[in-house]
Design a protein. Structure first.
Length: 323
């Protein structure tokens, strides 16, 4: 079926979804890191961007929050840019674990692979793959330059969050050394873990994440800057990873219900990609039991429902140009 939308329908849907999700009261801020526990839990923003650069922003869309696990998406893209999607499959994998994001059990179950770059194990492995090998500063620059390319503006390190994360990342230290044991850390282990911890501590806004999402939806061309950031062949690969494991053990439930591949972070952010149609990002700190933002999920879900969109629907969706 053909779905022909106007931009004002998209804008109205975003506003209506925001008002709906604002009423969802459940959840609690992440409490395993003091910085996250203390963020104002009333903050809430929703941003949508189309591949042609038109955008809608509702609420606290300029607030800079911790990107956390959403950072796994750009670094997976970076590794694909620097090597190839096939190399990522061989060195890390593309399998959903069906287990929580920080699972050690998942590594033991599949000891020849860290599973996917979108869980902690695979993300630390991805940081170890970033080039140039052996040079922490140059690797960090590659990671942040890539995010800047994807967002069209730079992320900013939240020092307090980085300190909190570094002081409490004992589980991730265990994951790193276990992966080293299996030959899945491709650079210095401590450096790789530190890069992962630092990338999780970057501050980002929903406006920036929506540009990143729209860049993926547009096949690698940033709608804001017009720059081709990555090869079009990478877009379906990263979207597949997002669809299969973006919500960890609830990824199936999420995709089944919402119809949009999305990636969450414990900072309260969610990034969603509808290939060829739009990128969407939402942020609100209170999380459900699995660590996914209650309001961000509700807003994106409602937005998709209002417009009748879904990646599996088989519809051809167009958005009319403004008159
Ligand atoms: O590695 C960690 O535990 C955090 N820095 C990131 C976790 C996260 O965001 C999981 N996603 N929902």
């Amino acid at each position: 079926m053909d779905i022909n939308l106007t931009f004002s329908q998209i804008s109205d849907a975003a506003n209506e979804a925001y008002q709906y999700a604002r009423q969802q009261k459940g959840g609690a801020n992440a409490n395993y890191i003091p910085y996250l526990a203390n963020i104002d839990s009333g903050l809430f923003g929703l941003s949508v961007m189309l591949p042609d650069g038109r955008s809608v922003n509702v609420g606290d869309t300029g607030y800079r929050f911790g990107i956390e696990s959403v950072s796994k998406v750009p670094t997976a893209i970076l590794c694909m840019r620097q090597t190839s999607p096939q190399t990522i499959l061989q060195k890390i994998g593309a399998d959903a674990t069906g287990l929580p994001f920080n699972s050690i059990f998942a590594i033991l179950l599949e000891n020849d692979h860290p599973s996917t770059p979108l869980v902690n194990a695979g993300a630390i492995s991805a940081c170890s793959m970033v080039q140039p090998a052996g040079d922490a500063d140059a690797k960090w620059k590659a990671i942040t330059d890539n995010i800047t390319d994807l967002c069209g503006s730079a992320p900013v390190l939240i020092d307090e969050l980085y300190k909190s994360e570094s002081d409490t990342n004992f589980n991730n230290r265990a994951i790193t050394w276990l992966l080293k044991n299996y030959g899945r850390i491709y650079d210095d282990p401590a450096m790789s873990l530190d890069l992962y911890t630092r990338q999780c501590s970057l501050g980002i806004t929903t406006e920036q994440l929506a540009v990143m999402a729209a860049t993926i939806a547009a096949g690698g061309v940033n709608p804001l800057t017009g720059k081709r950031v990555f090869d079009s062949g990478i877009a379906p690969k990263i979207t597949t990873l997002i669809a299969t494991v973006g919500f960890y053990q609830h990824s199936g439930d999420w995709l089944y219900t919402s119809g949009i591949p999305a990636k969450s972070g414990v900072g309260g952010g969610v990034l969603g990609v509808l290939p060829g149609v739009l990128g969407i990002a939402a942020f609100a700190p209170p999380l459900d039991a699995a660590g996914n933002s209650v309001k961000a999920q509700a807003a994106i879900l409602r937005f998709m429902e209002i417009l009748g969109l879904g990646i599996m629907n088989g519809d051809r969706v167009t958005v009319a140009a403004d008159k």
